[in-house]
Design a protein around this ligand. Structure first.
Ligand SMILES: Nc1ncnc2c1ncn2[C@@H]1O[C@H](COP(=O)(O)OP(=O)(O)OP(=O)(O)O)[C@@H](O)[C@H]1O
Length: 707
C-alpha cells in the first residue's frame, strides 16, 4: 500500500488482467496535468482520513471505492499491501464490482452531485460559485492549499416496501495532508463525472416556473427551502419565474427565447406540468411551421422537463419516481439522467385541443374535476368533498369507444404494443419495454429530423408553389394533401417498416391486452398490418385513458398499475356502471396496494395507442341494464336530465369542454429527469460477500453492486 503522501495510477490494460501499476510521486504541476488528462480506465489510489479513521480510497473507472484500513495484527509482512483490482478484463460494471473487497463501499460517478475542496471541513462543504467550473480552470496555476475534499452524492433509501424510492443528499469529507493530492482527486472526479454519459447531460442553466397557486399554495416556499439549496450545491444557474395567472407558463414558452437554457423546470402540480409540456410541444410545432390545429406529426421538443411536486395530487411526479418527495425530484434534476415520457394528444372532430401527460377521464373523475374547481378554496380537501358528491350523483354515462386493438395472431407482424410480458409488467427503472420503445423512438427522431430538413428545403425552394397550394387548400379544404403531410406520411411508413422488422426479431407473447376480453359487445374491424378497430358501447361509471400509472400518495399503485412511462401506449380503462357496492369495490381497489382493478368483472382494460370517444344515447334494451344483475335501468335515457346525461373530460386535472374526443399516445415525446421507480430489495447486511453500497441508488440502474 502506498503512503498517504503519494499517489498511484494503475493503468488497466485489456490483456493484462490486473494491469500494470505505475506509481507517480506527485510533483505538483505534473500531477495536475496527469489528473486532467487521465482517462477513465486509470486507477487512482490514495489513503485519506474519513471521520478521523484511515481509509484506502480508489478511483476506478466510474467507481469511487473506499475501504477502512485494518491494522495488521499478526504476520507482519514487508510486502506492500494492495487493494484487490479486477482480475478479469474490464468489460462490464458487474465484473469490476465483484472484484472489490467485501467491506468496500462503492459509489458510482453518476450518483455524485458535486465535488468541492476547502482548507477546512466547513469550507469544503460550501456550495461552489455558479460558474465554478471556470474558477477551477483559473486555479490551475496557483498552488493548491485545500486539504479537505467533500463529495456530495445522492443515495436512495431502501427502508421498506412502501418507502424505497426516496433519495437523500449525502456527504463524504476526505482529508489528506497533501493539498496536491486533494487537488488531483478533485480534478479527476470532476473529469470523470463530466465524461460519463449521464454526467454529460447535467444541467447548468435552468428556467424554473413556480406555481404559487397549486396544492397548499406553498410552491414558492417549497422551492426556497428544499430545492434552491440543492440547485446551488450542484452549481445550477436557475432563473425563476413565479406565475401570476393560469396559462402564463404556456404563453412564455411559446414566445420567449429559450436558447440559453438547458432545461425547463416547473414547481407545481399536474396542471402545471401539463402547461409546460403543452407550451414546449406547441412551440416546437411553431418552429417547424406545422399547422397547430391539424399537425402532420407531433414533434419532440428540444428541451427536457424537470418536475418539482407542489400540487394537490402530483401523480406525474409520483409515477416517475415512485414518490412525490420534493428532495427526490430535485435530486433527479441534479443527477441529470433522463428518460422519454409518453405524451398523449387530445383532439375533437376538427382540431388538436391539447396534450395530456397523466390521465384523461370521463364519468366519475371528470365529474370530480368539474365539481372541485368550484371548491378550490378548500385546498386538497376539495377532492374528497367533490369525490363523495360525484360518487353519489353518478348514474352512468352512455358512450361509444373505438380503439385500435393489437393483433392476437403470433405470426402477424406486430406493433410495439405487443412487447410486454405475461402478466403485464410494471414499469420500473431500467424498464425493458420502454427501452425497446426508446430504440424505436430514436429511429423515429432520425426520420423526423430528416423530415424537418426536407421541409425547410421544400419551403425555401418552392415558396411560391406552396402559397398557391395554400390558396388551393383554402378554396378546397378536402383536396390534395400538402407537402408536409406527404413527407410525414412517408416517415410513418418507413417507421412502420422498421418497427415491424424489429418486432419480428423478438419473441413476443401472442396475445396481450385487452385484459378482460369478451365482456364487450361491439364490432371489430380489421386493418392492414394486423391492427384492429374495436367498437365498444355501453353505460360507464368511469372511462380513463391513462398515459402513466397515475399513482399518488392515496393510490400508490395508481389507477393504471401496468401503464409504462415510455412504451408509446396508453391503457384505456372502462368501468361499467353496475351497482353501488361495485363502485365502492372499484374505489377500494384503486386505493390500496393490494388491489388490482383488472380482477373486477365490470372493469375492462385495453392497451392501445389511440381511442375515439363518442357520446350516444342508447335505446333501452337488455344491454343497458345492469351487468351486475340488478336488472334496474342504469341510465336516464331520453331527453330529460340533460345535465346528468353527459359528464365532462378531466385532462391532467383540468376540465375539457369538448365531449367527442380522440386520444393518441406519442412515444417518449418529452425527456424528463427521472430514472423510474424502484422495486423493493432488502438492503444487504454489512460484511456480506458483495460490497456494501451507501449509495444504494445504483442497484437497479447500473447493477454495480447488486448481487
Ligand atoms: N398564479 C396563478 N394563479 C392562478 N392559477 C394559476 C397560477 N399559476 C398557475 N395556475 C394554474 O393553476 C392550475 C392548477 O395548478 P396545479 O395543477 O399545479 O395544482 P393542483 O391542481 O393543486 O395540483 P394537481 O393537479 O397535482 O392536483 C393550473 O392549471 C395552472 O394553469
Amino acid at each position: 500500500m502506498t503512503q498517504s503522501g503519494s499517489t498511484e495510477f494503475a493503468k488497466t490494460t485489456t490483456s493484462g488482467g490486473a494491469g500494470d501499476v505505475y506509481a507517480a510521486t506527485a510533483a505538483a504541476a505534473a500531477a495536475a496535468s496527469v489528473a486532467a488528462t487521465a482517462c477513465s480506465s486509470d486507477v487512482l489510489l490514495n489513503n485519506f482520513q474519513l471521520k478521523k479513521k484511515s481509509y484506502r480510497v480508489l478511483l476506478h473507472g466510474h467507481h469511487l471505492v473506499w475501504e477502512r484500513m485494518q491494522r495488521p495484527v499478526a504476520k507482519p509482512t514487508n510486502e506492500t499491501q494492495k487493494i484487490p483490482l479486477p482480475e478479469q478484463q474490464l468489460t462490464g460494471v458487474e465484473t469490476r464490482c465483484s472484484s472489490y473487497g467485501a467491506h468496500s463501499h462503492v459509489l458510482h460517478m453518476d450518483d455524485i452531485i458535486s465535488v468541492c475542496s476547502g482548507n477546512t471541513k466547513h469550507d469544503s462543504m460550501q456550495p461552489p460559485p455558479t460558474n465554478h467550473r471556470d474558477h477551477q480552470q483559473a486555479d490551475g496555476d496557483t498552488k493548491p492549499t485545500a486539504q479537505f475534499l467533500t463529495i456530495n452524492y445522492a443515495a436512495r433509501l431502501s427502508k421498506s416496501k412502501t418507502d424505497c424510492n426516496r433519495w437523500q443528499l449525502r456527504r463524504l469529507t476526505f482529508y489528506n495532508a497533501d493539498a496536491y493530492i486533494v487537488y488531483q482527486w478533485q480534478l479527476q472526479l470532476q473529469a470523470r463525472i463530466a465524461s460519463s454519459p449521464v454526467g454529460g447531460q447535467r444541467v447548468q442553466r435552468l428556467l424554473v416556473f413556480i406555481n404559487p397557486f397549486g396544492g397548499r399554495k406553498a410552491g414558492a416556499q417549497t422551492y426556497e427551502r428544499l430545492v434552491r439549496p440543492l440547485f446551488q450545491l450542484a452549481g445550477i444557474d436557475a432563473t425563476c419565474i413565479t406565475t401570476q395567472r393560469a396559462n402564463q407558463i404556456r404563453d412564455i414558452l411559446l414566445t420567449h427565447d429559450l436558447s440559453c437554457y438547458d432545461a425547463v423546470c416547473c414547481v407545481g402540480g399536474d396542471g402545471t406540468v401539463a402547461e409546460v409540456i403543452n407550451g414546449l410541444v406547441f412551440r416546437r410545432m411553431r418552429e417547424l411551421g406545422l399547422d397547430e390545429q391539424r399537425p402532420a406529426f407531433i414533434p419532440r421538443p428540444s428541451l427536457p422537463v424537470a418536475v418539482i411536486p407542489a400540487g394537490s395530487t402530483d401523480t406525474i411526479v409520483y409515477s416517475m419516481h415512485g414518490t412525490a418527495d420534493v428532495r427526490t425530484a430535485a435530486i433527479h434534476v441534479l443527477l441529470g439522467q433522463r428518460r422519454g415520457l409518453d405524451v398523449c394528444s387530445v383532439s375533437n372532430n376538427r382540431t388538436l385541443l391539447r396534450f395530456c401527460a397523466s390521465v384523461l377521464s370521463y364519468g366519475y373523475l371528470g365529474d370530480v374535476a368539474a365539481e372541485s374547481e368550484q371548491y378550490r378554496w378548500m385546498g386538497t380537501r376539495r377532492y374528497e368533498y367533490s369525490g363523495i358528491k360525484a360518487f353519489f350523483n353518478n348514474r352512468g354515462y352512455d358512450a361509444e369507444l373505438q380503439l385500435l386493438e393489437e393483433p392476437t395472431e403470433p405470426e402477424t407482424p406486430q406493433s410495439p404494443v405487443s412487447l410486454c410480458d405475461e402478466p403485464p409488467s410494471v414499469c420500473y427503472a431500467n424498464c425493458q419495454r420502454c427501452s425497446i420503445a426508446s430504440s424505436l423512438q430514436e429511429q423515429r427522431s432520425t426520420l423526423f429530423t430528416a423530415d424537418a430538413n426536407s421541409q425547410e428545403n421544400l419551403q425555401s425552394q418552392h415558396a411560391e408553389q406552396q402559397n398557391k397550394l395554400v390558396e388551393q387548400q383554402q378554396s378546397q379544404p378536402q383536396s390534395q394533401p400538402n407537402a408536409d403531410v406527404i413527407v410525414a406520411t412517408n416517415c410513418e411508413q418507413q417507421l412502420n417498416e422498421i418497427e415491424t422488422a424489429l418486432c419480428r426479431s423478438r419473441l413476443m407473447r401472442p396475445a396481450s391486452l385487452p385484459l378482460q376480453p369478451g365482456s364487450s359487445y361491439g364490432s371489430n374491424m380489421s386493418l392492414p398490418g394486423g391492427l384492429q378497430w374495436k367498437t365498444i358501447r355501453g353505460n360507464f361509471f368511469l372511462i380513463c385513458g391513462a398515459n402513466i400509472t397515475c399513482a399518488c400518495a392515496r393510490s400508490p399503485n395508481g389507477i393504471s398499475r401496468y401503464s409504462h412511462l415510455g412504451d408509446g401506449c396508453l391503457d384505456l380503462i372502462l368501468v361499467r356502471k353496475t351497482s353501488f357496492i361495485n363502485n365502492v369495490r372499484f374505489l377500494l381497489n384503486t386505493a390500496g396496494r393490494a388491489g388490482d382493478i383488472r380482477n373486477l368483472p365490470f372493469v375492462e382494460v385495453y392497451r392501445t395507442r389511440k381511442f375515439i370517444f363518442r357520446t350516444f344515447t342508447a335505446p333501452a334494451t337488455e344491454e343497458n341494464l345492469s351487468l351486475a344483475g340488478s336488472r334496474q335501468p342504469i341510465a336516464q335515457n331520453g331527453n330529460d336530465a340533460a345535465s346528468s346525461e353527459y359528464s365532462s373530460w378531466n385532462c391532467d386535472g383540468e376540465v375539457v369542454t369538448d365531449l367527442d374526443i380522440t386520444m393518441s399516445s406519442h412515444c417518449q415525446l418529452i425527456d424528463v429527469f427521472m430514472r423510474g421507480p424502484h422495486s423493493y430489495s432488502k438492503p444487504q447486511k454489512p460484511g456480506a460477500s458483495a460490497p456494501t453500497t451507501p449509495a444504494s441508488s445504483s442497484d437497479n440502474i447500473y447493477c454495480c453492486c447488486k448481487d
